[in-house]
Write a protein that binds this ligand. Structure first.
Ligand code: ADE
Length: 226
């Protein structure tokens, strides 16, 4: 998979290159191209912002550097072009899985009070939000999406890790997990997990998933299970 990012702050993405993501990059399971929008500005001072027509607070990103950056990265529009914005649909695990199936993704990060609408209209395929709150720019949001997507690239997770028994994989939160010691600070691991009875363990885990989801995220449950 090819992933590109258009941003005014490419250095922010160093924080993405840790752990499983760093290993996946080393193994060349995907490429991560970081492109500085400012490098495309035709302004003599390399400016990328200006005042909004009609007035209002703050500055907007001007269309020229953004448009040229996006189309230099993806001249034939082969990438799915995603603008990170609180106006987008909220990211879900099923969206993550859908994006992981794409061959090329281009994330466009806004800054200041936003970007000129003509770039959204002409150059963007989809807007995506990571939640109902406002960040100072799209960089953290892009890193969240890339991190979540990269886990689904074949080979990214070690053989001992998997995406099929985790929260949201079956519409429920994950069951609680325990490791050694069997008793810690007077708290014992649930008996059933030490029983060796795999069917019983499966049943216990399913039950706990339903209980935990009902308690913590009832909105995830089907009407009849709430
Ligand atoms: N940019 C600013 N806030 C954002 C959010 N909540 N999600 C995605 N991009 C954003």
């Amino acid at each position: 998979m090819k992933i590109d990012v258009a941003t005014l702050f490419p250095e922010a993405f160093e924080g993405l290159k840790v752990g499983i993501i760093a290993k996946a990059l080393q193994k060349q399971l995907f490429t991560l191209g970081l492109h500085n929008i400012r490098d495309y500005s035709q302004d003599k001072h390399r400016r990328c912002d200006d005042y909004p027509f009609g007035g209002g607070a703050g500055m907007l990103m001007t269309p020229q550097p953004l448009h040229d950056c996006i189309n230099a990265i993806d001249p034939e529009h082969k990438s799915k072009r995603i603008f990170l914005s609180p106006k987008g649909a909220t990211l879900t695990q099923s969206k993550v899985i859908e994006l992981a199936g794409a061959s090329a993704l281009l994330f466009v990060c806004g800054a200041y009070e936003g970007i000129d609408q003509r770039v959204v209209d002409a150059d963007i395929d989809e807007q995506l939000s990571i939640g109902d709150y406002v960040l100072t720019g799209g960089e953290l949001a892009a890193m969240v999406v890339i991190n979540a997507v990269a886990r689904y690239i074949p080979g990214a997770l070690g053989s001992e890790q998997s995406t099929d028994e985790e929260s949201f994989s079956d519409g429920l939160l994950e069951y609680p997990q325990y490791t050694r010691p069997a008793v810690f600070n007077g708290m014992a691991v649930p008996e059933v997990l030490l029983s060796g009875d795999h069917a019983k363990v499966r049943e216990w885990r399913k039950q706990r998933q339903i209980e935990i989801t009902r308690e913590l995220r009832p909105d995830l449950l089907k009407e009849e299970d709430r």
